[in-house]
Design a protein around this ligand. Structure first.
Ligand SMILES: Cc1ncc(COP(=O)(O)O)c(C=O)c1O
Length: 381
């Protein structure tokens, strides 16, 4: 991957002697992705950025500026959303196993809530009587669930949402105002999305007071940027589906989407530098001045996280030279502190700058205190 001149310039300006690892984001790319969703043809819609992908206040300011609303799954992220200026009605709260305290707290803010179980629904009605609420559905019995690197989100393997049987046991379906679905992450297959949405729609006819269908997120981001999600086709199909369903219901049903990864994935870079090199007979080991607890996708998904690695030396990107299979490891004693063992890189030198791409989603937001490394700074272009 070749770094654009403005990115290279920005990295060079921040990588003087003794610099600490940091994230850099291209605001333009984040805005572009927001506008793709805002341009979905179906008019009655609300796009909520999934804040677990990136909770940085500046990131939230950008997506808010582009007209997106927000989706949160924890009280802490709810606070962050409120601080960023989102009002209660612009926030969706979907989670599971909420305590009485958490449920009272989120209800008091006036956010749109999606509940995860019959017990949670019973608690909700006990606390707030017939106040309308949404539910998360698990339609996995009727589609072949997509095997995502992040686990099962629908189907028998998934702990999440109401199954068909549980839906049939809801005592009063008239208080349900919306159905929520999240089918998996990093999905490129539009047919899979639409097949799942159609299953949700089959259930939806049972709910007399439905106001919205929330199809969640999951839009695929190619790790090396070589594959694009086909938004033109997605737009066509989701718009058609929503018009048809609204007609069947005799009223306009709101479309809600919760894109996460796609909004900032390709807009972010993680920057660190080579601080040690070990030449083993069978391996080239390159140590950097950062730990995977500061960039934890490789730690959470060692087999599937795949981030392009770029090298800068004396201010210039190094793209030539004999390439070799290289392991890039973090500067801790943790044996699994490895950024990648699959990078094919030129011969490296201590002091070379290492840039990991596709680092804008689930990267800074999954920083861990484990091992004792500081939270990296995040800069925006
Ligand atoms: C309910 C829900 N909606 C949306 C998202 C965002 O998903 P993605 O980043 O795959 O678009 C998530 C991520 O875990 C989620 O759990």
């Amino acid at each position: 991957m070749i770094l654009k001149t403005n990115i290279l310039k920005a990295i060079n300006s921040k990588t003087g002697d003794g610099f600490e690892p940091f994230y850099l984001y291209e605001s333009r790319k984040i805005k572009e992705k927001c506008s793709i969703f805002q341009n979905i043809t179906y008019p009655n819609k609300s796009i909520h950025f999934a804040s677990m992908a990136n909770i940085n206040p500046q990131f939230l300011e950008i997506v808010k500026g582009e007209g997106l609303n927000i989706f949160v799954n924890s009280p802490l992220h709810l606070d962050a959303a409120l601080k960023a200026g989102f009002s209660g009605s612009e926030i969706i709260f979907t989670s599971s196993a909420l305590s009485v305290k958490a449920m009272k707290n989120i209800e008091s803010v006036g956010v749109l809530v999606n509940l995860d179980s019959l017990n949670q629904l019973a608690l909700w009605t006990q606390l707030f009587s017939r106040k309308a609420v949404g539910i998360r559905c698990n339609i996995g019995d009727y589609v072949k669930p997509y095997a995502s690197h992040a686990g099962a989100f629908i189907g028998k393997e998934s702990r999440l949402g109401f199954t068909h049987d549980e839906i049939s046991r809801i005592p009063d379906k008239s208080i349900i105002k919306g159905l929520h679905l999240y089918v998996g992450t990093d999905v490129f297959n539009i047919r899979y999305f639409i097949d799942c949405y159609k299953e949700l729609i089959k259930i939806a006819v049972e709910f007399p007071n439905l106001e919205y269908l929330n199809f969640g997120g999951g839009f695929g981001v190619a790790e090396n940027g070589d594959r694009q999600f086909d938004f033109e086709e997605y737009n066509k199909q989701v718009t058609k589906l929503m018009y048809e369903f609204s007609e069947k219901k005799g009223k306009s049903i709101k479309l809600i989407l919760e894109p996460g990864r796609i909004i900032g994935g390709n807009a972010g870079y993680f920057v660190c530098c080579v601080s040690d090199i070990k030449n083993r007979p069978d391996k080239k080991l390159v140590g950097v001045n950062a730990s995977t607890v500061q960039f934890s996708r490789p730690l959470l998904y060692p087999d599937t996280a795949n981030h392009p690695v770029m090298i800068i030396r004396n201010g210039v990107q190094v793209t030539t030279g004999a390439m070799q299979l290289t392991t890039v490891y973090g500067c801790s004693t943790y044996s699994r502190d490895i950024f990648t063992d699959k990078a094919v890189l030129p011969e490296l030198q201590i002091g070379d700058i290492v840039v990991l791409g596709n680092a804008g989603s689930y990267s800074a937001s999954s920083y861990m205190q484990f091992l004792g490394f500081q939270k990296p700074e995040e800069y925006y272009l």
